[in-house]
Design a protein around this ligand. Structure first.
Ligand code: PRP
Length: 213
């Protein structure tokens, strides 16, 4: 098996664990990549594209990468068409509705008639509230979402929770859990057929390294 693979990797919080999992799967990925955009693993066969997590599906759909590692939370929100090959069982987090403790929504207190919802997860939030016939305005933000209810921008947030520290630090509580997320290996279906041996071998090694861990 000597097919060259291009793998799209998320920079930021998920990079270290994704790189570690690739190393366990036999691909010697550098620990430090700084501001580089691409890097080759030591095998000289595997090229890594270092991307913002939300950009991984686009690179995979259009075939600029053969496969990629990305959180399920990103896949919920994207229009890009990629196939999920494996749950890599890291980067676990939950998508939740959260509010200020003092608003008592977690105790069954009624929501305002027209909820304002701040979130980076516009589509997931819209689906959640429309499934419950709760009229709302989704306020799309790009980060620091917990601030929104504290300064009166929104009634609740829809956001990811991993350790729960950010919510605790801002005296916020979970009102409801929407879904759970973890890292996934995604492929371009055409590339999967074209590079079947290399990609199947990669999936098996990634799944094997998880089972050993
Ligand atoms: C994510 C998420 C929460 C936080 C949750 O933000 O949006 O703010 O992590 O993690 P915790 O439960 O372990 O505290 P991220 O770090 O991506 O930064 P952001 O606020 O800029 O989006």
């Amino acid at each position: 098996m000597n097919q060259r693979l291009v793998i799209a990797l998320p920079k930021g919080g998920m990079y270290d664990e994704a790189a570690e999992r690739l190393r366990e799967a036999g691909i010697a990925v550098p620990t430090r990549v700084g501001r580089r955009l691409t890097v080759f693993a030591d095998d000289g066969q595997t090229e890594l594209l270092l991307l913002r997590p939300t950009d991984v599906p686009a690179y995979v759909e259009f075939g600029a990468a053969d496969c990629g590692i990305v959180g399920k939370d990103t896949l919920w929100e994207t229009d890009r068409s990629v196939s999920e090959l494996a749950d890599l069982h890291f980067g676990a987090c939950r998508l939740v509705v959260a509010a200020r403790r003092q608003d008592r929504y977690h105790e069954g207190e009624r929501y305002p008639t027209f909820l304002r919802v701040a979130t980076k997860f516009k589509r997931s939030a819209q689906n959640y509230f429309s499934d419950r016939d709760l009229p709302c305005e989704i306020i799309a933000l790009h980060g620091s979402v917990e601030l929104a209810p504290l300064v009166g921008l929104a009634d609740v947030i829809v956001d990811l929770v991993a350790t729960g520290n950010t919510l605790r630090e801002h005296d916020m509580v979970i009102v409801d859990e929407i879904a759970t997320s973890s890292a996934r290996l995604v492929v371009n279906p055409v590339r999967f057929r074209a590079k079947y041996d290399a990609l199947l071998s990669l999936v098996r090694r990634l799944e094997g390294s998880h089972q050993k861990a």
